[in-house]
Design a protein around this ligand. Structure first.
Ligand SMILES: Nc1ncnc2c1ncn2[C@@H]1O[C@H](COP(=O)(O)OP(=O)(O)OP(=O)(O)O)[C@@H](O)[C@H]1O
Length: 669
């Protein structure tokens, strides 16, 4: 593959890209370590004389040599032997050998050391090791980067006032230092990214991101939306008809959204609430206000189960008030579907609920004013909203409300959602008792089965979540079917349902309906029930092989119980032995039911990509800064972004250009 393509793969196009491609780590070749100082795990350069070398014949041929100096002896071993190699390593020859020392069978050794000529002058800087891709050597990268340091404009994009205010090192010296650190610089401060030069680079990275988000926000402000003020009629009747009063948090969020909707630029708000905090009501109030003001509303969810549940709730609440939502789903008969589409296009229908794909692709609206999407962030931050807007679409953009049940830790929200406004439901409806979590070794399964029986006899229902089989969907399905059979045999008196992703839509609804109506006692399910499923009578959740699930996922699953008042228990069945990470996860589940605390621990364990559901995208969200340890820098970068935009717009532009030329794809539309 041509070198340019390999560079491209690393995202390296402009001189600035190369100049800011920074080392992953460094190797110290500036000095020679006495062999007597060799320790397992240490990467070092040694120089000495070959004392002996021989080819050993075992299952495969290996070359074994001994390097000596005044201080000791070190084994060198090659697992592949090339012709002439032994001759070059004859006894008495002086060489240098570099590599990682390990404790071998016959003492300390290096496997596959890098051998170089002795007596050459040593470099006087640490040797950088860059992130690379297959087929691209370190030396090619080093050369290209060295060239870019001559070619790129390395002028400081931060005015001196800003540098001084935050105690930041200058850009060019920092960059040069990180590419070629002198031997006096502590490897530790480089490795831990705590050196002032790293601090400057991390600050720049965070600042670029903040500037991009601020720009996105400003661009949205420049767009027009219809002001949806409403007269309070429909919202008032909705509230009056509820069997409960909204929580303080629900009222606050609804008021914030209400104000946004009345504005003439599009709302872009994230509604965050822990499991069971009542986001649906807030969505319903927003929809009611928009409808009241004469607009149409689209509500989208990522899965049919979720969409159907939203549809059901909105139908219950708004149907009696004359606003029956239109349902748009894959399995709909053609005639009904056509009718629904016609009703949306003509404006006769005011509210549509469905899966994201359906609403985005097929539907035309007469006057769409508000789009509500549930859990959209799980499907990629960069997902664009492609709605067919009829009528006044040319001039007006719809308001947007996103809902998320994954509490997003503050740093993460600051780093990735700074272009959105955020409302948080930080209060659960009254009467909720925290779910009790119990851990059971899989060998105590019988006790757990007995427990399911007890719960059902007491008039409650239960979920049984099948083990996760990530490798194969077919295997996952088989596991679900097997688990269902085993449970039917073990608990013959119970009415047991089965729910998995491969069931046809119609059957999924039938299974869910039966459980909701109390016609089944136990629902065996895969993670399709992970988010949003709301059956208040469910009082027990068993999760099999809990050690295979991620923390956020366990928290979501657990959130399916304890939603209607009354006691609820979550049993995490695990298969020992547990890995250290799995043990940490299960401990976190046992110790807390607070979604924010769980999210914080999840962030620390797995990083932001995973938490935001971006694992598949393979996109590095931040290359240098770490949200866990660089919170203070993030805070400063945010402040500096506002300062730069207001007083130094030219600097702000140059800064973005350097760090993000063409790399804005993660920004939302
Ligand atoms: N203020 C309230 N008082 C009592 N019950 C409420 C209140 N608000 C909502 N509920 C009920 O609480 C349950 C959870 O609400 P909802 O399904 O909206 O939660 P959610 O925030 O979507 O949670 P999840 O993300 O776990 O699905 C529902 O049964 C809902 O009817």
């Amino acid at each position: 593959m041509p070198q340019a393509r390999l560079f491209e793969r690393l995202g390296l196009r402009t001189a600035a890209d190369f100049a800011t491609h920074l080392p992953l780590r460094y190797e110290d070749e500036t000095r020679i370590t006495p062999i007597g100082d060799a320790r397992p795990g240490v990467h070092a350069l040694f120089e000495g004389e070959i004392a002996d070398s021989e080819i050993r014949f075992g299952p495969r041929r290996t070359l074994q040599a001994t390097l000596t100096d005044d201080s000791g002896r070190l084994g060198l071993r090659w697992l592949h032997v090339y012709p002439g190699q032994q001759a070059r390593l004859h006894a008495g020859r002086r060489i240098r050998a570099r590599g990682e020392v390990r404790a071998g069978f016959h003492g300390l050794e290096i496997v596959h050391p890098l051998v170089t000529e002795p007596d050459k002058p040593l470099p006087d800087t640490l040797t950088p090791v860059y992130p690379t891709t297959q087929g691209l050597s370190q030396s090619a990268l080093r050369k290209a980067i060295a060239r870019s340091l001559d070619e790129a404009d390395l002028g400081d994009t931060l005015p001196s006032a800003v540098r001084e205010a935050y105690g930041l090192a200058d850009f060019e010296p920092s960059l040069r230092l990180l590419h070629n650190p002198g031997p006096d610089i502590s490897l530790d401060s480089l490795a831990r990214h705590s050196h002032p030069a790293w601090r400057r680079i991390k600050f720049d990275e965070l600042l670029a991101q903040q500037l991009a988000l601020a720009d996105a926000r400003a661009a949205r402000r420049a767009q027009s939306a219809r002001s949806l003020r409403g007269d309070g009629g429909l919202t008032g009747r909705l509230l009056a008809g509820l069997p409960f009063a909204p929580t303080g948090a629900q009222s606050r969020a609804a008021a914030q959204i209400g104000e946004d909707l009345a504005r003439t630029h599009p709302m872009h708000r994230l509604l965050q609430g822990d499991v069971g905090s009542g986001k649906t009501l807030v969505a319903a109030l927003a929809a009611a206000q928009a409808i009241e003001a004469g607009a149409q509303v689209a509500v989208m969810a990522p899965t049919e189960i979720l969409a159907e549940q939203l549809w059901r709730k909105l139908s219950d609440w708004l149907g009696p008030l004359g606003v029956a939502p239109v349902w748009l789903a894959g399995g709909l008969p053609a005639a009904e579907r056509r009718q629904a589409l016609r009703a949306m296009a003509s404006g006769e229908a005011r509210l549509a609920v469905g899966t994201q794909a359906l609403i985005q692709d097929k539907v035309e609206f007469e006057s769409l004013g508000l789009v509500i999407s549930d859990e959209q962030h799980r499907f990629g931050v960069g997902q664009r909203l492609a709605l067919n807007l009829k009528g006044d679409r040319a001039r007006f953009r719809p308001h947007q409300l996103s809902m998320s049940a994954t509490p997003i830790p503050r740093t993460l929200a600051m780093a990735f959602f700074a272009d959105m406004d955020v409302s948080v439901l930080d209060e659960l409806p009254p009467g909720r008792v925290p779910v009790r979590t119990r851990l059971f070794d899989d060998r105590r399964r019988d006790e757990v089965l007995a427990r399911v029986g007890e719960v059902v006899r007491a008039g409650r229902q239960a979920y049984w979540v099948c083990p996760l089989v990530e490798e194969s969907e077919a295997l996952q399905l088989q596991t679900a079917v097997d688990t269902h059979e085993l449970l039917c045999a073990a608990l013959p008196d119970l009415r047991i349902g089965l729910m998995h992703g491969r069931l046809p839509a119609r059957e999924k609804s039938a299974v869910m309906d039966a459980f909701r109506a109390g016609d089944t006692d136990l629902l065996v399910a895969t993670t399709v029930i992970e988010v949003g499923v709301d059956v208040p009578n469910a009082g027990l959740m068993v999760i099999e092989h809990a050690e295979r699930f991620g923390l956020a996922q366990l928290h979501q699953l657990r959130g399916r119980v304890g939603r209607g008042g009354g006691e609820a228990t979550c049993v995490l069945l695990y298969q020992p032995p547990l890995s250290a990470i799995a043990r940490e996860r299960l401990r976190a589940m046992y110790e807390t039911t607070d979604g924010f605390e769980i999210a914080r621990r999840d962030l620390a364990q797995r990083g932001p990509g995973e938490l935001l559901g971006l694992r598949q995208s393979g996109q590095a969200l931040l290359r240098f800064a770490d949200l866990d340890s660089d919170e203070d820098l993030l805070e400063q970068a945010r402040e500096a972004a506002a300062w730069l935009s207001a007083e130094f717009p030219e600097h702000a532009r140059a800064h973005r250009q350097r760090w993000m030329a063409g790399a804005d794809q993660y920004l939302r539309s």
